[in-house]
Ligand binder design. Sequence first.
Ligand SMILES: NC(=O)c1ccc[n+]([C@@H]2O[C@H](COP(=O)([O-])OP(=O)(O)OC[C@H]3O[C@@H](n4cnc5c(N)ncnc54)[C@H](O)[C@@H]3O)[C@@H](O)[C@H]2O)c1
Length: 340
Amino acid sequence: MNPRELLTLIQSIRPDALARVLDASDAGDNDQQPESEAALSALLRDASLPLSLRFGEHRVLLAAGPQDLVKGAGTAGAGPLAGQVAVVSGAASGLGMGIAKGLYQAGAAVLFTDIDADGLVKVCAEMDDPARVHHAVVNVTDENSVAAGFDAALARFGRVDILACCAGVAPPYNLVDFPLDKFRFACEVNLTGYFLMGREAARIMCAQGHGGSMVMLSSKSGLEPSKANTAYNATKSGELHMARGWALELGGEGIRVNCIAPGNVFEGSKIWNPEYMKKAAEKKGIQPDEVIPYYNSLTALNAEIKPDDIANAAVFLCSDAARRMTGQVLVVDSGQVWTR
Ligand SMILES: NC(=O)c1ccc[n+]([C@@H]2O[C@H](COP(=O)([O-])OP(=O)(O)OC[C@H]3O[C@@H](n4cnc5c(N)ncnc54)[C@H](O)[C@@H]3O)[C@@H](O)[C@H]2O)c1
Protein backbone atom coordinates (compact mmCIF):
# COMPACT_ATOMS: atom_id res chain seq x y z
CA MET A 1 0.00 0.00 0.00
CA ASN A 2 1.45 3.43 -0.89
CA PRO A 3 1.15 6.33 1.59
CA ARG A 4 -1.85 7.85 -0.18
CA GLU A 5 -3.78 4.53 -0.12
CA LEU A 6 -2.85 3.99 3.51
CA LEU A 7 -4.04 7.48 4.47
CA THR A 8 -7.30 6.99 2.51
CA LEU A 9 -7.91 3.74 4.38
CA ILE A 10 -7.19 5.38 7.74
CA GLN A 11 -9.43 8.32 6.86
CA SER A 12 -12.31 5.97 5.94
CA ILE A 13 -12.10 4.18 9.30
CA ARG A 14 -11.18 7.08 11.57
CA PRO A 15 -12.31 10.37 10.00
CA ASP A 16 -11.73 12.01 13.40
CA ALA A 17 -7.99 11.21 13.34
CA LEU A 18 -5.14 13.05 11.70
CA ALA A 19 -2.44 10.76 10.36
CA ARG A 20 1.20 11.21 9.49
CA VAL A 21 3.14 8.51 7.67
CA LEU A 22 6.86 8.09 8.35
CA ASP A 23 9.46 5.58 7.18
CA ALA A 24 9.22 2.30 9.12
CA SER A 25 12.96 2.62 9.75
CA ASP A 26 12.08 5.52 12.04
CA ALA A 27 10.83 2.96 14.63
CA GLY A 28 9.19 3.82 17.94
CA ASP A 29 9.34 1.67 21.10
CA ASN A 30 5.58 1.61 21.64
CA ASP A 31 4.45 1.04 18.05
CA GLN A 32 1.54 -1.37 17.58
CA GLN A 33 2.02 -3.75 14.67
CA PRO A 34 -1.17 -5.01 12.99
CA GLU A 35 -0.36 -7.84 10.58
CA SER A 36 -3.11 -7.40 8.01
CA GLU A 37 -5.47 -4.77 6.66
CA ALA A 38 -8.30 -6.34 8.72
CA ALA A 39 -6.19 -6.18 11.89
CA LEU A 40 -5.34 -2.56 11.11
CA SER A 41 -9.04 -1.72 10.67
CA ALA A 42 -9.96 -3.41 13.97
CA LEU A 43 -7.17 -1.64 15.83
CA LEU A 44 -8.05 1.75 14.37
CA ARG A 45 -11.75 1.42 15.19
CA ASP A 46 -11.13 0.94 18.92
CA ALA A 47 -7.89 2.84 19.50
CA SER A 48 -7.71 5.98 21.56
CA LEU A 49 -5.53 8.78 20.23
CA PRO A 50 -2.68 9.57 19.98
CA LEU A 51 -1.41 6.28 18.62
CA SER A 52 1.71 5.13 16.80
CA LEU A 53 1.79 1.97 14.74
CA ARG A 54 3.79 0.15 12.11
CA PHE A 55 2.05 -1.25 9.07
CA GLY A 56 4.15 -2.86 6.34
CA GLU A 57 6.91 -0.50 5.32
CA HIS A 58 5.23 2.50 6.94
CA ARG A 59 5.15 3.93 10.41
CA VAL A 60 2.00 5.92 11.12
CA LEU A 61 1.28 8.49 13.80
CA LEU A 62 -2.36 9.19 14.54
CA ALA A 63 -3.45 12.21 16.51
CA ALA A 64 -6.58 14.06 17.51
CA GLY A 65 -5.35 17.44 16.25
CA PRO A 66 -2.58 18.98 14.17
CA GLN A 67 -0.65 20.21 17.18
CA ASP A 68 -0.44 16.67 18.63
CA LEU A 69 0.62 15.30 15.29
CA VAL A 70 3.55 17.62 14.86
CA LYS A 71 4.57 17.35 18.51
CA GLY A 72 4.32 13.57 18.38
CA ALA A 73 6.49 13.38 15.32
CA GLY A 74 9.22 15.87 16.11
CA THR A 75 9.56 19.46 17.16
CA ALA A 76 6.40 21.52 17.24
CA GLY A 77 6.55 24.81 15.42
CA ALA A 78 5.34 27.90 17.20
CA GLY A 79 3.32 30.62 15.51
CA PRO A 80 0.02 31.18 13.73
CA LEU A 81 0.52 28.18 11.43
CA ALA A 82 1.78 25.66 14.02
CA GLY A 83 0.61 22.15 13.16
CA GLN A 84 -0.25 23.02 9.55
CA VAL A 85 1.41 21.40 6.54
CA ALA A 86 2.28 23.54 3.50
CA VAL A 87 3.35 22.69 -0.05
CA VAL A 88 5.13 25.46 -1.96
CA SER A 89 6.07 25.48 -5.66
CA GLY A 90 9.01 27.51 -6.96
CA ALA A 91 10.54 27.33 -3.48
CA ALA A 92 14.19 27.21 -4.57
CA SER A 93 14.40 30.90 -5.49
CA GLY A 94 12.99 34.38 -5.06
CA LEU A 95 9.46 34.88 -3.82
CA GLY A 96 8.62 31.16 -3.59
CA MET A 97 11.63 30.65 -1.36
CA GLY A 98 10.65 33.70 0.71
CA ILE A 99 7.09 32.41 1.14
CA ALA A 100 8.21 28.86 2.00
CA LYS A 101 10.58 30.24 4.65
CA GLY A 102 7.85 32.56 5.95
CA LEU A 103 5.33 29.71 6.34
CA TYR A 104 8.01 27.64 8.11
CA GLN A 105 8.86 30.53 10.45
CA ALA A 106 5.14 30.86 11.21
CA GLY A 107 5.19 27.28 12.53
CA ALA A 108 4.13 25.19 9.53
CA ALA A 109 5.81 22.02 8.32
CA VAL A 110 6.80 22.79 4.72
CA LEU A 111 7.44 20.75 1.58
CA PHE A 112 9.72 22.89 -0.62
CA THR A 113 9.27 21.99 -4.32
CA ASP A 114 10.98 23.23 -7.50
CA ILE A 115 12.72 21.89 -10.64
CA ASP A 116 16.01 23.20 -9.20
CA ALA A 117 17.19 20.22 -7.10
CA ASP A 118 20.41 21.88 -5.88
CA GLY A 119 18.55 25.03 -4.88
CA LEU A 120 16.09 22.97 -2.83
CA VAL A 121 18.85 21.16 -0.93
CA LYS A 122 20.57 24.46 -0.20
CA VAL A 123 17.52 26.30 1.15
CA CYS A 124 16.28 23.34 3.21
CA ALA A 125 19.71 23.02 4.85
CA GLU A 126 19.22 26.56 6.20
CA MET A 127 16.08 25.59 8.17
CA ASP A 128 16.85 24.76 11.81
CA ASP A 129 14.13 22.12 12.48
CA PRO A 130 14.47 19.15 10.07
CA ALA A 131 11.26 17.62 11.46
CA ARG A 132 9.30 20.39 9.74
CA VAL A 133 11.18 20.54 6.44
CA HIS A 134 11.17 18.29 3.41
CA HIS A 135 11.80 18.83 -0.30
CA ALA A 136 10.81 17.23 -3.60
CA VAL A 137 11.74 17.99 -7.19
CA VAL A 138 8.43 18.83 -8.87
CA ASN A 139 7.85 20.12 -12.38
CA VAL A 140 4.52 21.94 -12.13
CA THR A 141 3.74 21.34 -15.81
CA ASP A 142 3.80 17.54 -15.41
CA GLU A 143 0.81 15.99 -13.66
CA ASN A 144 2.69 12.84 -12.58
CA SER A 145 5.46 14.94 -11.09
CA VAL A 146 2.89 17.09 -9.26
CA ALA A 147 1.10 13.99 -7.87
CA ALA A 148 4.43 12.53 -6.73
CA GLY A 149 5.25 15.79 -4.96
CA PHE A 150 2.00 15.74 -2.98
CA ASP A 151 2.60 12.05 -2.19
CA ALA A 152 5.96 13.09 -0.73
CA ALA A 153 4.18 15.64 1.47
CA LEU A 154 1.63 13.06 2.62
CA ALA A 155 4.29 10.45 3.25
CA ARG A 156 6.39 12.83 5.31
CA PHE A 157 3.77 14.96 7.06
CA GLY A 158 0.51 13.01 6.65
CA ARG A 159 -1.67 15.91 5.52
CA VAL A 160 -1.78 19.07 3.40
CA ASP A 161 -3.40 22.25 4.72
CA ILE A 162 -1.75 24.99 2.69
CA LEU A 163 -0.71 25.40 -0.94
CA ALA A 164 1.37 28.30 -2.21
CA CYS A 165 1.78 28.40 -6.01
CA CYS A 166 4.86 30.45 -6.87
CA ALA A 167 6.71 28.75 -9.76
CA GLY A 168 6.50 31.27 -12.59
CA VAL A 169 8.29 32.62 -15.66
CA ALA A 170 8.23 35.95 -17.51
CA PRO A 171 9.52 35.91 -21.12
CA PRO A 172 10.19 39.55 -22.06
CA TYR A 173 9.39 40.30 -25.71
CA ASN A 174 7.61 42.99 -27.66
CA LEU A 175 4.38 41.66 -29.16
CA VAL A 176 5.67 41.75 -32.74
CA ASP A 177 8.77 39.71 -31.80
CA PHE A 178 7.14 37.29 -29.33
CA PRO A 179 8.07 33.66 -30.23
CA LEU A 180 5.09 31.30 -30.06
CA ASP A 181 7.03 28.67 -28.10
CA LYS A 182 7.89 31.22 -25.38
CA PHE A 183 4.25 32.26 -25.15
CA ARG A 184 3.13 28.64 -24.83
CA PHE A 185 5.88 27.94 -22.29
CA ALA A 186 4.66 30.79 -20.05
CA CYS A 187 1.07 29.50 -20.31
CA GLU A 188 2.28 26.01 -19.35
CA VAL A 189 4.20 27.10 -16.24
CA ASN A 190 2.04 29.98 -15.02
CA LEU A 191 -1.43 28.65 -15.85
CA THR A 192 -1.24 24.87 -16.33
CA GLY A 193 1.26 24.70 -13.44
CA TYR A 194 -1.05 26.59 -11.05
CA PHE A 195 -4.00 24.47 -12.27
CA LEU A 196 -2.23 21.14 -11.66
CA MET A 197 -0.96 22.16 -8.22
CA GLY A 198 -4.37 23.56 -7.24
CA ARG A 199 -6.26 20.52 -8.51
CA GLU A 200 -4.05 18.09 -6.58
CA ALA A 201 -4.23 20.17 -3.39
CA ALA A 202 -8.02 20.44 -3.72
CA ARG A 203 -8.38 16.67 -4.17
CA ILE A 204 -6.39 16.04 -0.99
CA MET A 205 -7.98 18.84 1.07
CA CYS A 206 -11.51 17.72 0.08
CA ALA A 207 -10.68 14.11 1.01
CA GLN A 208 -9.22 15.20 4.36
CA GLY A 209 -12.38 17.12 5.11
CA HIS A 210 -10.86 19.79 7.33
CA GLY A 211 -10.58 22.72 4.92
CA GLY A 212 -7.41 24.44 3.86
CA SER A 213 -5.93 27.53 2.33
CA MET A 214 -4.40 28.23 -1.08
CA VAL A 215 -2.35 31.25 -2.05
CA MET A 216 -1.73 31.97 -5.71
CA LEU A 217 1.20 34.28 -6.31
CA SER A 218 0.04 36.53 -9.15
CA SER A 219 1.48 39.96 -9.86
CA LYS A 220 0.52 43.61 -10.17
CA SER A 221 0.82 42.82 -13.92
CA GLY A 222 -2.26 40.63 -13.43
CA LEU A 223 -4.17 43.81 -12.54
CA GLU A 224 -2.50 46.42 -14.71
CA PRO A 225 -0.53 45.29 -17.76
CA SER A 226 3.08 46.14 -18.38
CA LYS A 227 4.66 46.66 -21.82
CA ALA A 228 6.50 43.86 -23.67
CA ASN A 229 5.00 41.32 -21.30
CA THR A 230 2.11 39.69 -23.24
CA ALA A 231 2.37 36.18 -21.80
CA TYR A 232 3.01 37.41 -18.26
CA ASN A 233 0.08 39.87 -18.33
CA ALA A 234 -2.28 37.21 -19.66
CA THR A 235 -1.23 34.40 -17.33
CA LYS A 236 -0.99 36.51 -14.17
CA SER A 237 -4.48 37.86 -14.85
CA GLY A 238 -5.67 34.31 -15.59
CA GLU A 239 -4.34 33.13 -12.21
CA LEU A 240 -6.49 35.72 -10.42
CA HIS A 241 -9.67 34.60 -12.11
CA MET A 242 -8.86 30.91 -11.76
CA ALA A 243 -8.44 31.50 -8.02
CA ARG A 244 -11.76 33.37 -7.77
CA GLY A 245 -13.52 30.43 -9.42
CA TRP A 246 -11.86 28.00 -7.04
CA ALA A 247 -12.88 30.17 -4.08
CA LEU A 248 -16.51 29.79 -5.19
CA GLU A 249 -16.16 26.08 -5.90
CA LEU A 250 -14.26 25.11 -2.75
CA GLY A 251 -15.81 27.46 -0.19
CA GLY A 252 -18.32 24.82 0.89
CA GLU A 253 -15.39 22.58 1.83
CA GLY A 254 -13.87 25.30 4.01
CA ILE A 255 -11.04 25.77 1.54
CA ARG A 256 -10.05 29.41 1.05
CA VAL A 257 -8.29 30.58 -2.12
CA ASN A 258 -6.62 34.00 -2.27
CA CYS A 259 -4.02 35.77 -4.39
CA ILE A 260 -1.10 38.06 -3.75
CA ALA A 261 -0.21 40.65 -6.36
CA PRO A 262 3.32 41.86 -5.62
CA GLY A 263 4.94 44.88 -7.19
CA ASN A 264 8.51 44.54 -8.45
CA VAL A 265 10.66 42.47 -6.07
CA PHE A 266 14.30 42.36 -7.10
CA GLU A 267 16.04 40.66 -4.18
CA GLY A 268 16.77 36.96 -4.89
CA SER A 269 14.68 36.91 -8.08
CA LYS A 270 15.95 35.01 -11.11
CA ILE A 271 13.23 36.62 -13.24
CA TRP A 272 15.06 39.90 -12.62
CA ASN A 273 18.27 38.48 -14.14
CA PRO A 274 20.81 40.80 -15.86
CA GLU A 275 19.23 40.24 -19.30
CA TYR A 276 15.74 41.10 -17.97
CA MET A 277 17.17 44.18 -16.19
CA LYS A 278 18.70 45.26 -19.51
CA LYS A 279 15.36 44.92 -21.31
CA ALA A 280 13.60 46.83 -18.52
CA ALA A 281 16.21 49.59 -18.77
CA GLU A 282 15.78 49.80 -22.57
CA LYS A 283 12.00 49.98 -22.15
CA LYS A 284 12.38 52.97 -19.80
CA GLY A 285 15.34 54.62 -21.56
CA ILE A 286 17.59 54.33 -18.48
CA GLN A 287 20.75 52.44 -17.45
CA PRO A 288 20.45 48.92 -15.90
CA ASP A 289 21.78 50.16 -12.53
CA GLU A 290 19.01 52.78 -12.45
CA VAL A 291 16.24 50.18 -12.76
CA ILE A 292 15.67 49.48 -9.05
CA PRO A 293 15.55 53.13 -7.90
CA TYR A 294 13.43 53.96 -10.96
CA TYR A 295 10.80 51.31 -10.16
CA ASN A 296 10.83 52.23 -6.46
CA SER A 297 10.20 55.86 -7.40
CA LEU A 298 6.96 54.84 -9.15
CA THR A 299 5.45 53.76 -5.79
CA ALA A 300 3.64 55.91 -3.25
CA LEU A 301 6.01 54.76 -0.50
CA ASN A 302 9.13 55.05 -2.71
CA ALA A 303 10.31 51.90 -0.93
CA GLU A 304 11.78 48.66 -2.22
CA ILE A 305 9.60 45.57 -1.69
CA LYS A 306 11.41 42.54 -0.22
CA PRO A 307 10.53 38.82 -0.32
CA ASP A 308 9.71 39.04 3.42
CA ASP A 309 6.95 41.56 2.67
CA ILE A 310 5.31 39.04 0.34
CA ALA A 311 5.86 36.19 2.82
CA ASN A 312 4.09 38.21 5.53
CA ALA A 313 1.05 38.56 3.26
CA ALA A 314 1.07 34.79 2.58
CA VAL A 315 1.27 33.95 6.29
CA PHE A 316 -1.64 36.30 7.01
CA LEU A 317 -3.79 34.82 4.22
CA CYS A 318 -3.13 31.26 5.43
CA SER A 319 -3.74 32.07 9.10
CA ASP A 320 -6.96 32.16 11.06
CA ALA A 321 -6.74 35.97 11.04
CA ALA A 322 -7.92 35.77 7.40
CA ARG A 323 -10.56 33.10 8.02
CA ARG A 324 -13.32 35.16 6.39
CA MET A 325 -11.27 36.10 3.32
CA THR A 326 -11.53 34.11 0.13
CA GLY A 327 -11.36 34.98 -3.58
CA GLN A 328 -9.40 38.15 -2.73
CA VAL A 329 -6.28 39.80 -4.12
CA LEU A 330 -3.85 41.30 -1.62
CA VAL A 331 -1.70 43.87 -3.41
CA VAL A 332 1.78 44.32 -1.90
CA ASP A 333 3.36 46.94 -4.16
CA SER A 334 4.38 49.92 -1.98
CA GLY A 335 1.39 51.71 -3.58
CA GLN A 336 1.58 51.50 -7.36
CA VAL A 337 -1.56 49.99 -8.89
CA TRP A 338 -5.00 51.00 -7.70
CA THR A 339 -7.20 48.35 -9.26
CA ARG A 340 -8.12 45.09 -7.54
N1 LIG B 1 10.08 39.18 -8.69
C1 LIG B 1 9.05 39.96 -8.97
O1 LIG B 1 9.22 41.16 -9.20
C2 LIG B 1 7.65 39.40 -8.99
C3 LIG B 1 6.59 40.31 -8.93
C4 LIG B 1 5.29 39.84 -8.94
C5 LIG B 1 5.07 38.47 -8.98
N2 LIG B 1 6.12 37.61 -9.05
C6 LIG B 1 5.82 36.19 -9.12
O2 LIG B 1 6.58 35.47 -8.17
C7 LIG B 1 6.87 34.17 -8.67
C8 LIG B 1 8.34 33.90 -8.52
O3 LIG B 1 9.07 34.92 -9.20
P1 LIG B 1 10.58 35.23 -8.85
O4 LIG B 1 10.85 36.61 -9.30
O5 LIG B 1 10.87 34.86 -7.45
O6 LIG B 1 11.30 34.23 -9.89
P2 LIG B 1 12.47 33.16 -9.73
O7 LIG B 1 12.85 32.82 -11.14
O8 LIG B 1 13.54 33.66 -8.82
O9 LIG B 1 11.76 31.90 -9.06
C9 LIG B 1 10.93 31.06 -9.80
C10 LIG B 1 11.19 29.62 -9.38
O10 LIG B 1 10.28 28.80 -10.11
C11 LIG B 1 10.98 27.64 -10.53
N3 LIG B 1 10.34 27.06 -11.70
C12 LIG B 1 10.32 27.51 -12.98
N4 LIG B 1 9.66 26.66 -13.78
C13 LIG B 1 9.23 25.64 -12.99
C14 LIG B 1 8.50 24.44 -13.23
N5 LIG B 1 8.08 24.11 -14.45
N6 LIG B 1 8.23 23.63 -12.18
C15 LIG B 1 8.66 23.94 -10.93
N7 LIG B 1 9.38 25.04 -10.65
C16 LIG B 1 9.66 25.88 -11.67
C17 LIG B 1 12.38 28.13 -10.84
O11 LIG B 1 13.33 27.06 -10.82
C18 LIG B 1 12.61 29.13 -9.73
O12 LIG B 1 13.22 28.54 -8.60
C19 LIG B 1 6.35 34.12 -10.11
O13 LIG B 1 5.10 33.47 -10.13
C20 LIG B 1 6.19 35.58 -10.46
O14 LIG B 1 5.19 35.80 -11.40
C21 LIG B 1 7.41 38.06 -9.06
